[in-house]
Design a protein around this ligand. Sequence first.
Ligand SMILES: O=P(O)(O)OC[C@H]1O[C@](O)(CO)[C@@H](O)[C@@H]1O
Length: 428
Amino acid sequence: MIKADYSRARSFLTDNEYEESYAKAEQSFQLIKQESGEGAEWLGWRKMLTDPNDAILEELDSLASTIREEADVFVVCGIGGSYLGSRAVIEALSSFFGGAGPEILFAGHHLSGKYLEQLIQYLEEPNDEGEPKSVYLNVISKSGTTLETALSFRVIRNWMEDRFEDVDGRIICTTSATGGALNALIEEHGYQKFVIPEDVGGRFSVLTPVGLLPIAIAGIDIRSLFYEAVSQYEQLEEDPQNVLKYAAIKHALYEKGTVTDLFTTFEPQLNDLCGWLQQLLGESEGKDGVGMFPAKAVYSTDLHSLGQFVQDGPRNLMETFIQVEQGNDHITIDEDEQNHDGLNYLSGRSFHEVNTRALEGTLQAHYEGGVPCIVIKMEELNAQHIGEFIYFFELMTAIYCYCLGVNPFNQPGVEFYKKEMYKLLGKK
Ligand SMILES: O=P(O)(O)OC[C@H]1O[C@](O)(CO)[C@@H](O)[C@@H]1O
């Protein structure tokens, strides 16, 4: 169960402000439940949790175990919701260095030619046994037309065609059921295909094959991830207070002039999870001239860059701390006879304890400095808690956006840069 501490944010609101906003959050949740809000045709991320597709989980698991045996490198080619979720879960649940299974690399998430060139060079280098690297590629694009992804896919696919006789068996496509350029390629080459349900938008798609295949390739238990999201769904349908409080406080703070929600964590392996939240909230709430900017920071690193601003800058931001309660490291601080560094007062304590005190100290300091602070707690870092976290934030985002009066599920603004870019590139 996701736990939360709202006390250091709630105290910035009067009872009236909070209660009005809470009532709005309740109404917004009803819009979602009754599928009567704007964009209700995009609620597939909820529906799939009421009717889990075990056959797909099975298929993904079995393909993943084959690829884990055969591949040195698995390239995930996608942008936005087509890669942020899988990257977040993989980073959260993998070791910092090395680890079993294929190396997972990302492409198609920008337009750097240098990156692609160096990626290809790296793929051409022999593996640890001195053999040519075995490479698999998962291209993920719901539309099949996103330039960053499509261009990178073309380059990597061409390289793979030269390199591997069995290239068609090494490319897996995750896309819409029909239409789009990817489906034409799938038809021609017979690439293996996974379908992104029509009623699930990119930023809500991490629990579909979009996220689940790369996550399974990383050796993470996708059933635990998925089914814990299911139980979070069930719990919040029954008792939504926890998620309603978050949406209500965030919305009431927005009404009072808060313009930024800074997502922070003291766990460097949750950096990408904060990145996933940025897209989830950013594309959902930032429209029609409203919304808070979703920012992210990894502490204590960024306390030494952004900490000053958060503590003493303009009082128009809130902070959401993502805390992991139990540590999974085994490092404790040794006693040192000389104690030249003066650190013996910490001896015998674990790094996790020191990190936790750093979090608590920062929370108190920022709160006293006038920053409303919410703490979202995961007991430990595992697939179950990440699964709960994902659904909790998906639902919170939808409720909060309806409180703001915007459609949580479209992103019309993203098209503008594309239009200007295509004009300059001479696209007909
Ligand atoms: O999966 P696609 O269609 O390539 O889109 C990738 C991303 O691009 C966006 O559509 C924005 O252009 C995001 O909403 C989406 O997650």
